[in-house]
Design a protein around this ligand. Structure first.
Ligand SMILES: Cc1cc2nc3c(=O)[nH]c(=O)nc-3n(C[C@H](O)[C@H](O)[C@H](O)COP(=O)(O)OP(=O)(O)OC[C@H]3O[C@@H](n4cnc5c(N)ncnc54)[C@H](O)[C@@H]3O)c2cc1C
Length: 252
């Protein structure tokens, strides 16, 4: 999506192929995904949603078209593949180091694996996420990898330190930045403040009656402020999110 946004005005045509109904569906959900979709469609980016790439065709090592399942063809000079990451942990299978179902290495809050004195950090690690009540999940952001490395180093040195961080990332689409904090995995409800149509909103992701994540556009520094509250260990109930003053969304 970021590559597509940055190519507006430079490439003669830009196509995004995605399995989801909307871009960012898995992380940001349907509502924010639809905002991002409209933002890029307004710039002429063409989307092929609920679609899959079947084949890249070309000659002499140069791509010339993308073929989708179902046969639709998109002429292409350049193809950028952004399809996620898979832990490269096959070599650990059958060892005493426990992996989750996706192959990520399970660690505790000290980044220690199931084998004492062996630590894992970053994208490869599935760690207890406080916002999910301690449920283990891999969260693949730069800031998380940095926090993991920091905590792992302390514990390797014997200076016991537990992980304490709220995941945070942002995505920049042209001049607009969608910020996100927390971990919305398994959310069942959302609370919207502001307007998705007007691209000025704060969206709370709710699980078991409490905020587990928040996304925002054009409402700085609201996402950071919510992240600070969550980082302090204070929970935000759905009712508190609903009661948040609309004026809090005014641009700073
Ligand atoms: C295209 C892209 C865009 C991204 N954009 C963002 C963003 O905007 N914001 C954000 O927060 N995050 C972003 N991320 C995620 C972020 O880059 C990762 O979360 C972060 O780099 C993870 O750090 P890491 O050290 O765990 O893994 P990596 O940075 O992947 O480093 C792992 C290293 O281990 C090496 N390695 C792998 N297997 C072995 C082995 N068996 N032996 C030895 N070495 C090995 C690899 O070669 C690699 O150098 C992006 C990722 C990608 C791919």
């Amino acid at each position: 999506m970021e590559v597509a946004a940055s190519l507006v005005g430079k490439a003669s045509s830009i196509h995004v192929v995605d399995r989801g109904h909307v871009p960012y569906q898995l992380v940001l959900g349907e509502q924010v995904g639809r905002v991002a979709l409209k933002m890029l469609q307004a710039q002429g980016v063409q989307f092929h949603l609920k679609a899959e790439v079947e084949e890249l065709q070309g000659q002499d090592g140069k791509v010339s078209r993308v073929v989708l399942a179902g046969g639709h063809q998109i002429p292409a000079d350049v193809v950028v593949v952004g399809i996620g990451v898979v832990p490269n942990t096959a070599f650990l299978q059958g060892s005493s180091i426990a992996l989750d179902r996706s192959g990520a290495v399970l660690v505790d809050l000290f980044m220690q694996t199931s084998l004492p004195s062996v630590f894992a950090a970053g994208d490869v690690a599935s760690f207890p996420v406080a916002l999910l009540g301690g449920e283990c999940a891999p969260i693949r952001h730069w800031q998380i990898a940095q926090a993991h490395g920091h905590v792992a180093a302390f514990n390797i040195l014997g200076r016991q330190k537990a992980l304490h961080t709220v995941p945070f990332f942002w995505t920049r689409l042209q001049a607009k930045t969608i910020r996100y904090a927390g971990c919305g995995r398994g959310y069942t409800d959302t609370v919207l403040k502001g307007s998705l149509e007007q691209e000025t909103f704060l969206l709370f992701y709710i699980r078991d009656g409490f905020v587990t994540a928040v996304a925002g556009l054009n409402v700085d520094p609201m996402v950071s402020l919510v992240a600070e509250v969550l980082d302090s260990g204070r929970s935000i109930s759905k009712e508190e999110a609903e009661a948040m003053e609309r004026k809090a969304l005014q641009k700073t």
